[in-house]
Write a protein that binds this ligand. Sequence first.
Ligand code: CNA
Length: 240
Amino acid sequence: MDETKLATLRSWIEESNQIVFFGGAGVSTESGIPDFRSADGLYNQRYAYPPETIISHTFYMKRPEIFFRFYREKMLFPEAKPNLVHEKLAKWEQEGKLLAVVTQNIDGLHQAAGSKRVYELHGSVHRNYCERCHAFYSLSDLLAMEDIPHCTCGGRIKPDVVLYEEGLDGDTVNGAVSAIRNADLLIVAGTSLSVYPAAAFLDEYRGTRLVLINKTETARDNIADLVFHEKLGEVFEKLP
Ligand code: CNA
């Protein structure tokens, strides 16, 4: 790892009190949750339909039995625990250094690590609602049901995750954009930056300290002030 770059990042973190962390699936791979686009990610495995088709709104409506089989097998990891990255971000927030976490992840691991201000752009597997009466169901409620989950009122229960073709929640977007605009240091990590509109949120940053940490190149490496092509855990273990 480049020690000069690491020293720069360390000093930026020391000087900051409005850090915003923008993350993706790569933040949770070291907790055992596969990402989508790595070589061993979900998009490089074979299914009867491409994953982006299965997790679309149209497919959810038309073929719920296949949707829920895939969702249960490939998107729920109830045993996963926060890793060093989740934990360090929670610590920075507690120390008054970190303003917010903006995440594309749906696994709830930032909150499990103790983070309070988390903008979940794509929702969370921990929230599920009846489509008819809007009753709330937890992840364990859903796991206790089989196949297509149904509410006691007979309505179908939908996970509060944003499927392809669905829009993002307005309040979450506003909170995330406002945090990014106010950031004195923006750390973007573990994301291929290929899912829109989420990837465009980077353009809201107005500062000069945009750090990108990703195992592989991303489409936006060119706009970053500091780029690390490393595993997140290996960078974060060297940070304050
Ligand atoms: P992606 O497109 O799969 O990209 C992940 C990126 O992370 C890749 O570029 C990897 O090279 C990189 N990466 C993987 N592991 C590491 C690591 N240990 N250190 C550094 N970099 C690493 O995922 P995005 O988040 O960009 O795409 C957005 C989708 C993926 C969102 O809609 C998510 O909801 C969805 N997703 C979420 C989860 C989760 O909640 N944990 C898991 C899988 C997919």
